[in-house]
Design a protein around this ligand. Structure first.
Ligand code: ZN
Length: 274
């Protein structure tokens, strides 16, 4: 038998080589985190500019501010602008409990520290009197708050109801600070002060008297808020002995509007250092 040339096909099994895929291991490198320390912030305390406590004293040495209402014999009764009536301050009297009469002689002291800008020796109508000026920046904080809400003093356009010297000069409203003025009037004897003297809260001003236009002994306290250094010397009116400078000052003080009237009781019962 002839074998046909057929060859036996060797069944070759081809080996399939599956390539081994090398696994590349990803090594996660843990990043070392450096702990950050948050520093505790210590707040730096900037001290508030401490405002000095400024004392306010009762005008009557023997009676505390709380008792002033009982001492009041004539309340504040403000005039219409330009008018000189009816009562531009407040009166305090010491009454004898048995005789029911007002007494002279109780000691009067300064309500606030300031500078003496007027001294009147038996001049009408204030009699023996002292005017003390305290610049705004030297006032107690509580009183300042009270005053800044006041309208700035202005000059009334109305003609005053009393005879005033002609040729009014106007304050320099642009460049002028404001002050609180306190008048102590009808003192028993002329004041021992000279113009420019400094007084402290509680310094003796004089004694209750009935000098000037006073029917009975009392202390007349008048307060105004107005231009600094706007008034100096003496003032008088309604008397032939008043000279031009005194009349000018009186008109300025009472009716010009340079000095805005305040109710003293209102300030006495305002906490000076809240
Ligand atoms: Zn009075």
């Amino acid at each position: 038998m002839v074998l046909t040339g057929c060859s036996m096909v060797e069944n070759t099994v081809e080996e399939v080589i599956t390539p081994v895929v090398e696994k590349t291991e990803t090594i996660e490198i843990e990043e070392k985190t450096t702990p950050t320390f948050t520093p505790t912030v210590v707040p730096t305390i900037t001290p508030e500019p401490t405002e000095d406590l400024i004392d306010v004293c009762s005008p009557l040495v023997e009676y505390a501010i709380e008792n002033l209402i009982e001492m009041m014999s004539n309340p504040y009764n403000p005039p219409i602008p330009g008018s000189d009536d009816p009562h531009q301050g407040v009166d305090f009297s010491v009454i004898d409990p048995d005789l029911r009469i007002a007494l002279k002689g109780s000691a009067v002291q300064a309500i606030l520290a300031g500078e003496v800008v007027m001294v009147m020796n038996d001049r009408f109508p204030y009699g023996n009197a002292v005017l003390v000026e305290t610049p705004f920046h030297k006032l107690p904080a509580g009183w300042k708050e009270k005053l800044v809400i006041q309208t700035q003093p202005g000059v009334f356009g109305t003609s005053p109801s009393l005879t005033c010297p002609t040729g009014w000069d106007f304050p320099d409203q642009e460049n002028n600070d404001l002050s609180l003025y306190i008048l102590y009037a009808h003192l028993d004897t002329p004041a021992v002060f000279a113009l420019g003297d400094e007084v402290d809260c509680g310094d003796e001003i004089g004694l209750i008297g009935d000098s000037g236009n006073a029917l009975a002994p009392h202390l007349h306290i008048e307060m105004r808020y107005g231009y600094s250094s706007g008034i100096e010397g003496s003032m008088a009116h309604y008397t032939v002995s008043a000279n031009e400078s005194e009349m000018r000052n009186y008109c300025r003080w009472r009716v010009s509007g340079w000095f805005r009237l305040l109710d003293p009781m209102d300030l006495f019962f305002t906490n000076p250092n809240p």
